[in-house]
Design a protein around this ligand. Structure first.
Ligand code: FNR
Length: 363
């Protein structure tokens, strides 16, 4: 049976009403540098649920304070964080969308200012903090990098437990999908790639060792996540560093299958951002879509695949699903331009999708 953009997708016992997902997008909008969700998050995510996306995923939400990219990032390291997120998840679900949350740790890319403030590294006396990473090599900033600690075994165990606790809180807050963020040069990706991981213990070296942390984190999340609900993992399909020993699409396919065996249901295939020397085959993020298609083609398990990067119109998204290149079309910036992307796409594709009754006279 061929699927299309507006067919539902059952993952475990959770039914996604259509194949459009709002990609997680940091808003850097916590007001008191406390990681607590604000009205901005509620309206931003709520609007996109009103807009008809099948899944609305909250931005990279830090599992610990030092796991934030910027001091203004969303967090989920206490019950107060959970309580602030709960009404957002509830509103998303009331609109018929599946509420989802991305759980994140920024590793060596933590402790910097917001994009509109230059994404500059922040020192502890500027509101920054010591960052955690597989080793002491910092991101090659032009300015002085924040202090960085090569993680001990205890630090690693701490991160796994932070993920477990974060997932438990996310569930209690009402989210139905948890996504492990293992892409974009953040902590878990730093462990995956030999470019950033030269550890000599059981977390560095060969594929099994470099993938150990993401496997342990996925297991910890799956452990507290209900059997009926899906777990996603976002990876960078490649580092785009072909001239070095780096993370490749072949390894991504193998990892996707291993994660499926550990209880992950969907692999969300992004790419790069591990190192500034990356060589993208073309400008922008559209070069990621073939990576997702390759994972879907070469996987040996039934893991579902999400494609992200440069999806901007209905026909393109529908084709990805119809051609079997992906199970889920993940749309980022087009959702910033048009919160109602899914409703507009449904109209364009001639689908019988109802807008909210309040908007009947507008659509
Ligand atoms: C992002 N992106 C991103 N990715 C992620 O995994 N977690 C995040 O929190 C963020 N934050 C974020 C903020 C903003 C403002 C943008 C524009 C992007 C990446 C995003 O999810 C997506 O993968 C890319 O934007 C590529 O998809 P599009 O935008 O081409 O559809």
């Amino acid at each position: 049976m061929t699927a299309d953009l507006f067919s539902s997708l059952a993952l475990r016992e959770t039914e996604l009403p259509n194949r459009v997902m709002v990609s997680p997008m940091c808003q850097y909008s916590c007001e008191d540098r406390d990681g607590l969700a604000t009205e901005w998050h509620r309206v931003h995510l709520g609007s996109r649920a009103v807009g008809g996306a099948g899944v609305v995923m909250a931005e990279a939400t830090a599992v610990s304070p030092e796991g934030r990219i910027t001091p203004e990032d969303l967090g989920i390291w206490s019950d107060e964080h959970k309580e602030r997120l709960a009404p957002i998840a509830e509103f998303i679900a009331e609109q018929g969308s599946v509420p989802a949350i991305q759980l994140a740790h920024a590793g060596r890319k933590a402790s910097k200012s917001r994009p509109w403030e230059g994404s500059e590294p922040l020192q502890p006396d500027e509101g920054g903090w010591e960052v955690l990473a597989p080793n002491e090599d910092p991101w090659p900033y032009e300015n002085e990098s924040p202090p960085q600690k090569a993680m001990t075994q205890a630090d690693i165990e701490g991160v796994v437990e932070d993920y477990r606790a974060a997932a438990k809180r996310a569930l209690e807050a009402g989210f139905e999908v948890a996504e492990v963020h293992a892409a974009h040069g953040y902590l878990l990706h730093e462990f995956l790639s030999p470019v950033t991981n030269d550890r000599t213990d059981e977390y560095g070296g060969d594929f099994e060792n470099r993938t150990r942390l993401v496997r342990q984190v996925t297991e910890a999340v799956r452990d507290v996540w209900p059997d009926d609900n899906p777990v996603f993992v976002r990876i960078s399909g490649t580092d785009w560093l072909p001239e070095r020993e780096s993370w490749t699409i072949e390894q991504s396919v193998d990892l996707a299958d291993e994660l499926y065996e550990l209880g992950a249901d969907l692999i969300d295939v992004s790419s790069g951002m591990l190192h500034p020397d990356q060589q993208l085959p073309q400008e922008g993020s559209a070069s990621q879509l073939p990576l997702a298609a390759q994972v879907r083609e070469e996987r040996e398990t039934d893991i579902a695949v999400g494609a992200v990067g440069g999806i901007t119109d209905a026909e393109q998204a529908d084709e990805l699903i119809r051609e079997g290149d992906a199970d889920l079309a993940i749309v980022g910036r087009e959702h910033l331009r048009d919160p109602y992307f899914a409703l507009h796409a449904a109209a364009e594709l001639g689908e019988d999708v109802e807008p909210p009754v309040q908007y009947d006279r507008g659509f």
